[in-house]
Design a protein around this ligand. Structure first.
Ligand code: SAH
Length: 194
């Protein structure tokens, strides 16, 4: 295991991520939106998250910037990074498949929105966010740079902290009691950790 292999794997994950998401984005476009909460805060949060999970690590992989933040490469850590990255991609794929036409990049309720509570949604109510956190962990383990390694946790953590409460409120408004009972029996992002 070398830093170059770890970086190539990370780039492959980014490509894999797009291969999962891009066809999905096209598919859900057909499903009209009923409630749209994509305000300025949401757009800013999406930008912060994209910067931390995507732009900063990709710039680092291709340019080595910021060189001053380089840290020692830990091969065992990188192996764990590969395992975590693969699991994150699997979970990401499952959540897209299970949410189906109910998914949106932002906070939206669609026409004929269906509440999904099965599959990976049986264990946690935000498994896609679990997948992003796992991605951020993989990013840290794979990239031997403090800035490029930690920007994912910071970027996605910011989106998550400001969004998750609003999302749950939106779901409660749309599904009422059904979502309330679903909340009672599920954890947010780590199974059984309520
Ligand atoms: N927080 C979820 C979904 C992220 S996508 C996860 O981490 O897996 C965001 C959109 O998904 C929101 O606009 C909301 O309308 C929708 N959503 C969230 N939970 C849902 C569920 N259990 N069933 C159906 N749609 C859901």
């Amino acid at each position: 295991m070398t830093p170059t292999v770890a970086k190539i794997f990370f780039v492959c994950c980014v490509v894999g991520w797009w291969l999962i998401r891009f066809p999905h984005e096209r598919k859900v476009r057909k499903n009209a939106i009923k409630t749209d909460q994509r305000d300025r805060t949401e757009i800013l949060l999406l930008g912060i998250s994209l910067t931390g999970l995507g732009i900063i690590p990709i710039v680092y992989v291709f340019t080595g910037f910021p060189a001053f933040a380089e840290r020692a490469f830990v091969p065992v850590g990188a192996w764990f990074g590969i395992a975590t990255g693969l699991f994150s991609l699997w979970l990401f794929w499952r959540t897209h498949k299970e949410l189906g036409r109910n998914w949106s990049v932002s906070l939206e309720v669609r026409d004929k929105h269906e509440l999904i509570t099965g599959g990976v949604y049986r264990y946690v109510r935000h498994p896609m966010y679990s997948a992003f956190f796992l991605w951020a962990v993989a990013q840290f383990l794979l990239l031997p740079n403090w800035a490029a390694g930690l920007s994912g946790v910071v970027g996605f953590g910011t989106l998550y902290l400001f969004r998750v409460g609003r999302e749950e409120k939106l779901m409660l408004d749309a599904f009422g009691e059904q979502y309330r009972t679903y909340m009672e029996r599920t954890a947010r992002i780590v199974p059984w950790v309520h």
